[in-house]
Design a protein around this ligand. Structure first.
Ligand code: G
Ligand code: G
Ligand code: NA
Ligand code: MN
Length: 255
C-alpha cells in the first residue's frame, strides 16, 4: 500500500521517474542504430528502483496508463533533443505494457505525442511482448494496425518465449523480432538454444523482418550471432542501459 501511494505521488509530481537508454548496435558497421528506453524510479527514500519493483504494481493499479504515456512522451522528447543535435539515424524504442494496448486512446495519444515532440514517426518503435500478441483479440490486432498506420515501428520483445504457434506473425504488421536473452545466454554451449536462435533468424529473414539479439554479453556470443546472420545486437557487451547524459559519450566511443 505504501509503495502504491508513493507511485501515485511520484507520477503526479512527475519528476521521480527517469529513463535510461541501452544502445542497439549494427555489428556490420559498428554504428548505434537505436536505443531502448528503460524506466527507473528515483525514490526519495529507497533510491533508484528497477522496473520490476514497480511496473507490476503500476499494472495492477492502472497507473501504468499514465506512466506508460509518460515513458513514450519522455522517450520522444529525448529523441528530438538528440535529433536536433545531429543524431538523426536512431530509432528510439519504448516498452508497452499489455494494458496500454487496451487503452481506448492509445493510438491518438501516440499520434499527439509525435506531433507535439516533432519526432518523425519512423524514428519511434514500440516493443510488445510476445505473450501480449498471442492473447490477442480482434481489437489488439486493429490497434496494432492503427499504430503502424501512424508510421511507427513495432517489435516483438522476448521472442521465442511465448507458447504459441507462429501463425500470428502473418497477421501482425511487425517490423522486428527481438530474440530473448534466455536463448543468447548459453548460445555457444547449448545446441538446442543455438538451434532455436538459428531458426528465429531464418524465420525473420523469410518474413522480411529485422532481427535483433538482446542480452548479448560476450564477444563469442556476438560472433556466433553474426555468423548466423543476426547483425543487430543489444546487451552488456556493448553497453548496459545508461543515463541520457552518458549516452552521447557512449555513442561516440562505440562508433
Ligand atoms: O533494464 P531493466 O531492469 O530495466 O528492465 C526490466 C524489465 O522492465 C524489462 O522486462 C523491461 O521490458 C521492463 N521495462 C523497462 N522499462 C519499461 C517501461 O517503460 N514500460 C514497461 N511496461 N516495461 C518496462
Ligand atoms: O524489455 P526486456 O525484458 O527485454 O528488458 C531488457 C532487460 O534486460 C533489462 O532489464 C536490461 O537492463 C536487461 N539487459 C540488457 N542487456 C543485458 C545483458 O547483456 N545482460 C543482462 N544480464 N541483462 C541485460
Ligand atoms: Na523491451
Ligand atoms: Mn526482452
Amino acid at each position: 500500500i505504501k509503495l502504491e501511494n508513493d507511485l501515485f505521488k511520484a507520477l503526479k509530481h512527475g519528476n521521480e521517474f527517469v529513463l535510461h537508454y541501452q544502445p542497439k548496435v549494427d555489428m556490420r558497421t559498428g554504428n548505434v542504430i537505436g536505443m531502448e528506453s528503460l524506466i527507473r524510479w528515483e525514490h526519495p527514500i529507497y533510491g533508484l528502483l528497477p522496473p520490476k519493483t514497480f511496473i507490476p504494481l503500476a499494472e495492477e493499479t492502472g497507473i501504468i496508463a499514465a506512466l506508460g504515456e509518460w515513458v513514450i512522451r519522455e522517450s520522444c522528447r529525448q529523441m528530438k533533443e538528440w535529433y536536433d543535435e545531429g543524431m538523426t539515424n536512431f530509432v528510439i524504442s519504448a516498452n508497452l505494457s499489455p494494458q496500454q494496448l487496451n487503452q481506448k486512446n492509445l493510438v491518438s495519444t501516440v499520434a499527439e505525442i509525435l506531433e507535439e515532440t516533432e519526432v518523425p514517426p519512423a524514428l519511434l518503435e514500440l516493443e510488445l511482448t510476445e505473450n501480449l500478441i498471442i492473447h490477442n483479440t480482434e481489437r489488439t490486432l486493429s490497434t496494432i494496425h492503427e499504430l503502424k498506420q501512424l508510421g511507427i515501428n513495432i517489435s516483438i520483445d522476448d521472442f521465442g518465449t511465448g507458447y504459441s504457434s507462429l501463425g500470428y506473425l502473418k497477421d501482425f504488421p511487425v517490423d522486428t523480432l527481438k530474440i530473448d536473452k534466455s536463448f543468447i545466454d548459453d548460445i555457444t554451449t547449448n545446441s538446442s538454444n543455438a538451434a532455436i536462435t538459428d531458426t528465429i533468424i531464418t524465420l525473420a529473414k523469410s518474413l522480411q523482418l529485422d532481427v535483433i539479439a538482446e542480452g548479448v554479453e560476450t564477444q563469442e556470443q556476438a560472433h556466433h550471432l553474426s555468423e548466423k546472420g543476426c547483425h543487430l545486437i543489444q546487451g552488456f557487451y556493448f553497453s548496459p542501459p545508461i543515463e541520457a547524459s552518458e549516452f552521447k559519450k557512449q555513442v561516440s566511443t562505440i562508433q
